[in-house]
Design a protein around this ligand. Structure first.
Ligand code: NAP
Length: 244
């Protein structure tokens, strides 16, 4: 029977590439999305080209009830969830002096509380199956910090603490919990940066370039595979050597 991968926020950017990469591996896919636009149908079509199933549902990961409903629907559809990738995330960048309370709370609610909301609803099925992989997308910013991103860095550092704690809780149930920490990856999230800023960033990266969505998807594929069966509670940087 085909394995099932649930990926949050996967109708564009890194999440979409993760979903396509798992589809190519033969996984049936479950995707949660928030905006209704042409990305939704396009993503479904691209995934189904790999002759796997693609279940999609609209839902806000910062809303616990949305997550509860979505996970139930995925179980009704497929009967199992083998891999959960907590990918969906947002930024609301500005210096703390200027940051509104709503900007801080919105980023924590989506990135960190959202990771809790989805994982909390998925974990009982993995515990019952005595098997599972949970991979959350953190950021190098959650390790090193970044001016203008106190909210985002706090959310990503929170994901790292969450990952390590959960890894300890569920290791005995054969559930492996890891995080990845991308550096600067080319997506709509980083497209907003000015060209000169992007050039400066590329210069500061030992490998001399920003990462691609496939660079991230490759590591997540590895963390979901049998080849990584002795790795849990880890954070793997995917950053061209930015942090060493
Ligand atoms: P992106 O292009 O902005 O895509 C973010 C995705 O998350 C979109 O699909 C978005 O849905 C979804 N999303 C946002 N809020 C949501 C919510 N409340 N409920 C459900 N889905 C929601 O970002 P990306 O660059 O691919 O980033 C993906 C992940 O990697 C994020 O966690 C990000 O923090 C992390 N990351 C990115 C970089 C980078 O350089 N790009 C670096 C480090 C870490 P809509 O399309 O509907 O808005």
């Amino acid at each position: 029977m085909s394995k099932v991968a649930l990926i949050t926020g996967a109708t564009r950017g890194i999440g979409k590439q993760i979903a396509l990469t798992f589809a190519k591996e033969g996984y049936n896919i479950a995707i949660n999305y928030i905006s209704e636009n042409e990305d939704v149908e396009n993503t479904k079509r691209e995934i189904e080209k790999y002759k796997v199933k693609c279940f999609m549902a609209k839902g806000d990961i910062s809303n616990f009830e949305d997550c509860e409903k979505f996970v139930k629907e995925v179980i009704e559809e497929y009967g199992q969830i083998d891999v959960l990738v907590n990918n969906a995330g947002i930024t609301r960048d500005t210096l703390l002096m200027r940051m509104k309370k709503e900007d801080f709370e919105a980023v924590i609610d989506v990135n960190l509380v959202g990771t809790f909301n989805v994982t909390k609803n998925v974990i009982p099925y993995m515990v019952k199956a005595r098997s599972g992989r949970i991979i959350s997308v953190a950021s190098v910013v959650g390790i090193a910090g970044n001016a203008g991103q106190t909210n985002y860095a706090a959310s990503k550092a929170g994901i790292i603490g969450f990952t390590k704690s959960l890894a300890k809780e569920v290791a005995s149930r054969n559930i492996l919990v890891n995080a990845v920490a991308p550096g600067f990856i080319q997506t709509q999230m980083t497209d907003v940066l000015k060209d000169n800023v992007k050039e400066e960033i590329a210069k500061s990266i030992p490998l001399g370039r920003m990462g691609t969505v496939q660079d991230v998807a490759n590591v997540i594929k590895f963390l979901a595979s049998e080849e990584s069966s002795y790795i849990t509670g880890q954070v793997i940087n995917i950053d061209g050597g930015m942090l060493m």
